[in-house]
Design a protein around this ligand. Structure first.
Ligand SMILES: *[C@@H]1O[C@H](CO)[C@@H](O)[C@H](O)[C@H]1NC(C)=O
Length: 248
């Protein structure tokens, strides 16, 4: 008998049998691991956290949560006035030091600059939160100009690659962490989200591969939220940033 035929017969039952034996201990291990993590929560007081897309939405609220826990913050986005407001509130909530950096994560030089400015000011970097992202529901056929899709990939995917690359040596020094604000669209593939979904899937694949490459030295957390109300879902058009997409 050919190898293929043999495998067709024996592989499915073997897979199921091995799953039956492997899955329960794996689930127990996962449960214990999540308990361990909730008991030994990281103390971020005094740590330096850089958040991209911090002017609104999830990024803004992450700034407040880190601020409440006493982290020092570098807030990055394209809109300085919005960033200043978020910085003020994060200080009120308890952050001892907040700087704002106006930058576009989809530009390589901007990404180098915001990491450099952060480390020059604070002397270290502990968490990089790759949060900046754009996108709006749109059918593929209904797209008037395909070029409109380019910033989605540039910001959601390349925007998280650039910052990560420049932050890496500093994160190695601090044994730091990367948090990636991806999306359930990265594995759920909903309609009207074609290039947005693809950008988030690319982001997930990239960071899972880096996780394997780097080992436990640098923590990577990929967050895949579902539908979260923000400027992005409200379809706000940001004129100042000169793009037709809502900016986060
Ligand atoms: C599509 O958009 C790009 C970039 O904004 C622009 O350069 C190009 O002229 C547009 N093409 C059409 C056909 O409108």
């Amino acid at each position: 008998m050919e190898m293929n035929k043999l495998l067709n017969i024996f592989l499915p039952p073997l897979t199921i049998i091995s799953l039956i034996f492997i899955l329960p201990p794996f689930l127990v291990f996962k449960l214990l691991w999540s308990i361990r993590r909730s008991v030994f929560k990281e103390n971020v007081a005094g740590k330096v956290v850089l958040i991209t897309g911090a002017s609104s939405g999830i990024g803004e609220h992450l700034a407040y949560e880190y601020g409440r826990r006493g982290a020092r913050l570098a807030l990055v986005a394209r809109r300085t006035d919005r960033l200043q407001k978020v910085a003020g509130r994060a200080r009120e909530l308890g952050s001892p030091d907040v700087i704002v950096i106006t930058a576009d994560v989809s530009k390589l030089q901007d990404s180098k600059r915001f990491v450099d400015e952060t480390v020059n000011h604070f002397g270290q970097l502990d968490h990089l939160v790759n949060n900046a992202g754009i996108g709006r529901p749109q059918t593929f056929e209904g797209t008037k100009n395909l070029s409109n899709y380019l910033p989605v990939m540039d910001i959601n995917f390349w925007g998280s690659v650039y910052g990560t690359f420049f932050a890496l040596p500093h994160l190695r020094k601090s044994r730091g962490k990367i948090v990636v604000m991806s999306s359930a669209a990265g594995w759920l593939y909903p309609p009207k989200a074609s290039v947005y979904s693809a950008s988030k899937a690319a982001q997930i694949a990239l960071f899972e591969s880096l996780r394997a490459e780097w080992g436990p030295g640098i923590g990577i957390t990929v967050v895949t939220p579902g539908f979260v109300e923000s400027e992005l879902t409200q379809g706000v058009q940001v004129q100042k940033a000169k793009v037709k997409y809502p900016a986060l």
